[in-house]
Design a protein around this ligand. Structure first.
Ligand SMILES: [Zn+2]
Length: 130
């Protein structure tokens, strides 16, 4: 991607992008703690998210910037942004207006639903742990 970005070089240096130049952005409701959705950001989307108070993603399907809520009205207002240990993911805490998912569900994970899993359990203290 050749987009000129004004992202702070000190922040840009901490990002570990995938081959498409993107980092994952996990979006979490700042009030409930619910994980709302996952989006993708290039450097410019990170810059816009850090400096405008609104969450902006890079849409991989439409190949354009996507400021959450511009078409749906379901805006996301940035409360904080954290970077993970190796720089390939951001945690964006937001004030969510309306549904985070385009399906109308509050979160994308409610929309998708649970998959069948074998439930694991940590050993009780003093048992089994080597
Ligand atoms: Zn969704």
């Amino acid at each position: 991607m050749t987009t000129v970005t004004s992202l702070d070089p000190a922040i840009a240096a901490r990002l570990s992008r995938d081959e498409a130049g993107l980092v994952a952005a996990v979006v979490q409701d700042d009030v409930s703690g619910d994980v709302l959705m996952l989006g993708w950001m290039d450097d410019e989307a990170v810059h816009r998210t850090l400096t405008t108070g609104r969450v902006t993603f890079w849409s991989r399907s439409r190949r354009e910037y996507w400021r959450k809520g511009d078409s749906s009205g379901h805006t996301q207002h940035v409360r904080s942004v954290a970077i993970d240990c190796d720089g390939d993911a951001l945690l964006v805490r937001v004030q969510q207006v309306g549904a985070a998912c385009h399906t109308g569900e509050r979160t994308c994970f409610l929309a998708g639903g649970r998959l069948p899993v074998v439930v694991g359990e940590a050993p009780v203290d003093g048992e089994g742990a080597a």
